[in-house]
Write a protein that binds this ligand. Sequence first.
Ligand SMILES: [Zn+2]
Length: 274
Amino acid sequence: MELGCRAIWRRCASHWRRGTGTSMTASPPPAKVTRVTCQAVPSHPATVRALHCPSSSTVCSPAVGSAWLGGSRKLSVTGQSRLCWSCHNVVSRSELFCPSCRSLQPPDHSQDYFQILHCDRSYEINIQELQRKYRNLQRSLHPDYFSQKSQLERDISDQQSSLVNKAYDTLLSPLSRGIYLLGIHGITLPEGTEGDMDVPFLTEILEVNEQLIDANSDVEIEEIGNVIQEKCQELIENVREAFQKDDLEGAKTFLTKMKYYTNILEQVKKKILP
Ligand SMILES: [Zn+2]
């Protein structure tokens, strides 16, 4: 027991002994029940019961008086866990469902997309593994599974499902995955600041755009698309190596180039499939 807890426990114990004249464990006094906002769903009317010492207004940890304070698990919550919105039991942040009552837990915005999809936080990602994990998550969140549940849990399943989709789409694309990973490190890509790029690269982009405008057949357009696709593949490898060497500025430069090429590829698709 922490020294502070010991002092609080002594103070609470002495108060209760005075108040009831009996032993604490045999006959606990009525503790004040305070209603606080549910941490899992702040907007949800569900509340969490916390037991307070009547004299000190200090929350007493279950570890201190668990023999009869067993209802409150509030102080057991750590950075890796949170409270179930339904049964108030402690749930690990990595778990979608409460192990006690099986209620689906709401999206945890402290988790990044890699954590949501149970992947290592790395640019190198096993796409088959990512797809498998995504499919498993979406299977657990399928609307059919929640058709007989409360409106609240159906809403939570919708929120979880769209978050999982967003995470998957972001990590699946080599460009958005790289941008997202840079963002985790506090680096953002410039928005249309052409001054950041070298002149030969910008000249090349202008020329390719002109070729695309002048292209008269699908074959010509496809050829341009194939060349750009190859350049993107090279850049994916460059970005991978840069992240491997913790060269974040290098990764940023390669990803910025990849963004330009990806824009051209989108134009190619539009021209072939109007
Ligand atoms: Zn629960």
